[in-house]
Design a protein around this ligand. Structure first.
Ligand code: URA
Length: 273
């Protein structure tokens, strides 16, 4: 789902935000006469345009404005949950068809964790989804080495206090199969660094595989292959917004704010590696 936010902004900013080029490139194109607004060649980069009403043509192509975008990504192992990285491929590198340059992942999955990740530029929705105060469930499928028991589920339900100092809120561990390796679903309402791996390592059952399958009422689409993504449907977006008690319009966080959110999440815990 892409949400058109109604506002007035400079023509060069509009074009830059919609991926037509850098600020100086689009300014040059405006000077060259390659841009028209409502059928008239635009002469000034600083002229204001209305994101809803005005028709903007850039090099013969109509440009539609998307204020906010919401993608469901089926994250594969091997990519990092960051906006940029000097060495590693990021989840943002996987999103090829975005109009926005300010997308970020709403929360982190470890490099080797797969599954549901929301990619957006709506910082407020992301914040509400991740805030422990909002109690939004995050559900994971997990495979561990060792036999999971009812005692492990009870320990999760009571709230684990780990050796490394992490105090976990009560969580759910639903054991599906139990043997030399075991499978389970884990439901958390918080997201500390490596939390599930740390909780299960503490119980002596190291994680072999981890996949997020749900965030609140947003389910990982089984049709999406690993590494594939799609826009959220309007219904999915509305349900998410309702769940996190959205009252007003989605609001943009600038890059500094989204970096801050990611950093805060990373440093608000006690990494084991
Ligand atoms: N818990 C983890 O240990 N890793 C993740 O990626 C998510 C939750």
């Amino acid at each position: 789902m892409a949400v058109a936010v109604i506002m007035k902004l400079r023509l060069d900013k509009y074009l830059t935000e919609m991926g037509c080029g850098t600020r100086s490139q689009v300014k040059k194109e405006i000077l060259k006469g390659s841009v028209s607004v409502n059928g008239e060649i635009a002469k000034k980069a600083e002229r204001k345009v209305d994101t809803e009403k005005d028709e903007i043509i850039f090099k013969g192509e109509k440009i539609f404005y998307a204020g906010y975008e919401y993608f469901m990504l089926n994250k594969p192992a091997g990519v990092v949950s960051a906006t940029e990285d000097k060495k590693e491929r990021t989840v943002i590198d996987l999103i090829k068809e975005s109009k926005r340059k300010d997308l970020f992942p709403a929360g982190r999955l470890d490099k080797d964790t797969e599954g549901l990740l929301l990619i957006t530029n709506d910082g407020q929705l992301a914040h509400r989804l991740l805030s422990p105060k909002k109690h939004v469930d995050k559900e994971y499928y997990v495979r561990v080495a060792g036999r999971l028991t009812e005692a492990d589920s009870a320990a999760f339900a009571a709230g684990l206090h780990l050796d490394d100092g992490l105090v976990c809120q009560p969580a759910e561990l639903r054991v599906m199969t139990s043997g030399e390796e075991s499978e389970a679903y884990v439901i958390l309402r918080e997201g500390k660094f490596h939390q599930i791996k740390r909780m299960l390592a503490y119980l002596g059952k190291p994680v072999l595989y981890l996949e997020r399958v749900r965030m609140g009422n947003l389910l990982l689409d089984p049709v999406l292959e690993r590494g594939a993504y799609r826009l959220l449907t309007k219904e999915e977006w509305q349900a998410l917004a309702k769940l996190t008690e959205e009252t007003g319009k989605p609001r943009n966080f600038n890059k500094k704010e989204s970096d801050f959110l990611l950093k805060k999440e990373k440093t608000s815990c006690n990494p084991t590696k």
